[in-house]
Design a binder for this molecule. Structure first.
Ligand code: FAD
Ligand code: NAP
Length: 548
C-alpha cells in the first residue's frame, strides 16, 4: 500500500473511531486554515476564555460566514469564572459550558490556552496579526489602600463609610485596608472561592477553619456563596465538583456561625432572591437577624421596584415572622446559624493575645443618608466588636490593566469604551467585566458580549475596520510563542484534561475532580492518547523514514 493510501485509510479509521478523534481532525483543518496565509477572511482575536470571550466569538461566527476567531486564554483550561467562580453546588449554571464547547469546536474558532497576553505576547503584537482584537476581563481582587499613613483610622472609616474612594492594589493582594488584616484568618473572597474551586494560584491557601464564628464583609452573591459553602452539610458538598482538599478542610471545619456584614441596610443588600432563598432553606441552619435593623422597612416596601420588593419581603419574613410549626422544629434542630448584620463597616481586625491570629473584628456603626439604592452609609461614631476567627472580605472583584498600550480607567477598573469600542484605539474592542465593571451574571455578560460583537461587525461592514488586506492571525503569533518557549493548549488538549478530571471524579462519586496545578494540567494536555499512538505508529512504519 502506498504511503498516501495508508494515510487515507488511517484517516478513515481515525474518523470512524471514537468521538474524541473528531476534535483532532478539527485541529488538522485548523492547521490547513493557518497554512492558507493569504486568505482574506477577517481574523479576530479574543483575549480571555471566559463567558465574554465565548459569547463574543459565538456571535461573530454566527453573524458572518467568513470571520475566523482565535481565543487566547491565560490558563491551560477554558471557561473563566464558570469554572473558578460559580459555586460547586450550582451545577446547572455550569451547563453554559456546553454552548461554549460548541463554539470552540466550530471550524472557524480556535482556542489557545496557556497564553498570558501582556506577558507571553503583547496586545500590539496581536493587533498587528489580526484585523481586530477583543479584550475581556483580567483578574484582580478589589482592594483598598489607605491614602496616607497619617490619620489612618479616619481614612479607613471614611472609605468603608463610602465617602472616600481610594482604590487600587496588586493582584493576589488581599488587603481590606484596615489594621490587623495581615493576621492569620483574614482572606479575600476571590482567594477563598478560588481555593474551593481549584484555581491553581489559590491551591496553597489552606484557610484556618478552626473557629466557631466567621464574618463575611459584603452582602453580594459571592458573600452568600461563601457563607453557603462554609455551612453546607457535607453530604451536599461531596456530590459537587468542590476540590477534595477543600472538602477535607470543610470536614474538619469548626465554623458554626456565619455573619454577613454590610455597610448599608436591608433595602440595599446586593444579593439576589434565589441566593437568599438558598440560605433560608439551607439544611441544618437557622437564621439569626437583628430585629431593630428592620425598623421602617415594612413601611417602605410599597415604593420599592418589584425585584427589590420581593427580596426585601423575604428578608422581612426571615427576620421578623414567627415561623410555622414545621419550620420552627427545623430551626430548633439546626446546629449552625447565619445572619445579616447591617449598618456596619469594619475598622480593625482584632488579634488574639499572642497577636498571631484573628480574634475578632471591630465594626463602626453607620446610619443611612438618603434612601433607596443610592443611600449612603455615614458613621455614627459608635463601634462594636464581634468575636470571630475567620474574616472573608467579599466587596467585589476588579479588573487589571492588561497591557500599557491599552487605555484603562483605574477609578472604574474598566477599559473606557463606547458600546465595546475601546476609545481612541481603532480595531480594539472590549467585552465582559472589563467593559462593564465587575457586576452581572452570565446572562448579562452574554448580552454585553453580543453588543460588542455587533459593534465590531458594524465596523467591518462600514470599513472602519479594514478587512481587505490579509492578516496572518495565529500563524505569526504561534511562531512568536514558539520562539518564547510558550506552548499553547488547544481545545482538544483541554478535552484530555476534562476527561481525566471526570474519570477522577467518577471514581469518588463526584461529577469532576479538578487538576489543581498548571503543571499537572499541562502534563495531561500533552499526553499522547493510545489511539493516536497506534495511528502514528502505523503511519511511521508505513513510511519507514522521516524524523520520529
Ligand atoms: P471571566 O469569567 O473572569 O473570564 C475572563 C477570562 O480571561 C478568564 O478565563 C481569565 O483566565 C482570562 N484572562 C485573564 N487575564 C488574561 C490574560 N492576561 N491573557 C489571557 N487570558 C486572560 N453568574 C451567574 O450567572 N451565576 C452564578 O452562579 C455566578 N457565580 C459567580 C460566582 C463568583 C465567585 C463570581 C465572581 C461571579 C459569578 N457569576 C455568576 C458571574 C459570572 O461569573 C460573570 O458574569 C462572568 O464570568 C464574566 O465573564 P468574563 O468573561 O467577563 O470574565
Ligand atoms: P457585588 O454584588 O457588587 O457585591 C459587593 C458587596 O460588597 C456589596 O454588598 C457592597 O455594598 C459591598 N461593598 C463594595 N465596596 C465596598 C466598600 N468599599 N466598603 C464596604 N462594602 C463594600 O459583588 P459580588 O458579590 O462580588 O458579585 C459580583 C457579581 O457576580 C454580581 O453581579 C453578582 O450578582 C454576580 N454573582 C452572581 C452569582 C449568582 O448568580 N449566583 C453568584 C456570585 C456572583 P454596597 O452595596 O454598599 O456597595
Amino acid at each position: 500500500m502506498s504511503g498516501h493510501k495508508f494515510l487515507f485509510s488511517g484517516l478513515r479509521w481515525w474518523i470512524s473511531g471514537r468521538s474524541r478523534w473528531m476534535s483532532k481532525l478539527h485541529d488538522g483543518l485548523r492547521e490547513q486554515r493557518i497554512a492558507s496565509l493569504h486568505s482574506c477572511s477577517p481574523k479576530v482575536c479574543i483575549v480571555g476564555g471566559g463567558p465574554a470571550g465565548f459569547y463574543t466569538a459565538q456571535h461573530l461566527i454566527k453573524a458572518r460566514q467568513d470571520v475566523e476567531v482565535d481565543i487566547y486564554e491565560r490558563l491551560p483550561v477554558p471557561f473563566g469564572l464558570v469554572r473558578f467562580g460559580v459555586a460547586p453546588d450550582h451545577p446547572e449554571v455550569k451547563n453554559v459550558i456546553n454552548t461554549f464547547t460548541q463554539t470552540a469546536k466550530h471550524t472557524r474558532c480556535s482556542f489557545y490556552g496557556n497564553v498570558n497576553v501582556g506577558k507571553d505576547v503583547s496586545v500590539e503584537e496581536l493587533q498587528r496579526a489580526y484585523h481586530a482584537v477583543v479584550l475581556v476581563r483580567t483578574w484582580k481582587i478589589k482592594t483598598k489602600h489607605r491614602k496616607s499613613p497619617l490619620n489612618k483610622s479616619l481614612n479607613v472609616l471614611f472609605f468603608w463609610g463610602g465617602i472616600l474612594w481610594q482604590s487600587y492594589g496588586a493582584e493576589g493582594n488581599r488587603s481590606i485596608g484596615v489594621p490587623g488584616e495581615e493576621l492569620t484568618g483574614v482572606y479575600s473572597a476571590k482567594d477563598f472561592v478560588g481555593w474551593y474551586n481549584g484555581l491553581p494560584s489559590c491551591r496553597e491557601l489552606s484557610p484556618d477553619l478552626s473557629c466557631e464564628t466567621a464574618v463575611i464583609l459584603g452582602q453580594g452573591n459571592v458573600a452568600l456563596d461563601v457563607a453557603r459553602v462554609l455551612l453546607s452539610p457535607l453530604d451536599i458538598l461531596k456530590k459537587t465538583d468542590i476540590t477534595q482538599p477543600a472538602l477535607e478542610a470543610l470536614t474538619g471545619s469548626q465554623v458554626r456561625r456565619v455573619l454577613i456584614v454590610g455597610r448599608r441596610g436591608p433595602m440595599q443588600v446586593a444579593c439576589t432572591i434565589k441566593e437568599l432563598r438558598e440560605m433560608v432553606n439551607l439544611p441544618d441552619t437557622r437564621p439569626e437577624m437583628v430585629v431593630s435593623d428592620f425598623e421602617g422597612v415594612t413601611e417602605a416596601l410599597k415604593d420599592l421596584p418589584r425585584p427589590r420588593k420581593r427580596l426585601t419581603e423575604l428578608l422581612l419574613k426571615t427576620a421578623l415572622e414567627t415561623p410555622g410549626e414545621k419550620e420552627q422544629e427545623r430551626r430548633n434542630k439546626a446546629s449552625r446559624t447565619w445572619g445579616f448584620r447591617f449598618f456596619r463597616s469594619p475598622v480593625e481586625v482584632l488579634a488574639d493575645p499572642e497577636r498571631s491570629r484573628t480574634a475578632g473584628v471591630r465594626l463602626a456603626v453607620n446610619k443611612l443618608e438618603g434612601s433607596g439604592e443610592r443611600a449612603r452609609a455615614v458613621l455614627t461614631g459608635e463601634v462594636e466588636d464581634v468575636t470571630c476567627g475567620l474574616v472573608i472580605s467579599s466587596i467585589g472583584y476588579k479588573s487589571l490593566p492588561i497591557d500599557p498600550s491599552v487605555p484603562f480607567d483605574s477609578s472604574k477598573a474598566i477599559v473606557p469604551n463606547t458600546m465595546g469600542r475601546v476609545q481612541q484605539a481603532s480595531g480594539l474592542y472590549c467585552s465582559g467585566w472589563l467593559k462593564t465593571g465587575p457586576t452581572g451574571v452570565i446572562a448579562t455578560t452574554m448580552n454585553n458580549s453580543f453588543d460588542t460583537a455587533r459593534s465590531l461587525l458594524e465596523d467591518m461592514d462600514s470599513g472602519t475596520v479594514d478587512v481587505s488586506a490579509a492578516k496572518s492571525g495565529s500563524h505569526i503569533i504561534s511562531s512568536l510563542l514558539e520562539e518564547r518557549g510558550v506552548k499553547p493548549v488547544t481545545f482538544s488538549d483541554w478535552e484530555k484534561i476534562d476527561n481525566v478530571e471526570m474519570r477522577r471524579g467518577e471514581a469518588i462519586g463526584k461529577p469532576r475532580e479538578k487538576l489543581l496545578t498548571v503543571e499537572e494540567m499541562l502534563r495531561v494536555a500533552r499526553t499522547v492518547t493510545e489511539d493516536k499512538k497506534q495511528f502514528l505508529g502505523k503511519q511511521s512504519s508505513c513510511c519507514q523514514r522521516g524524523p520520529r
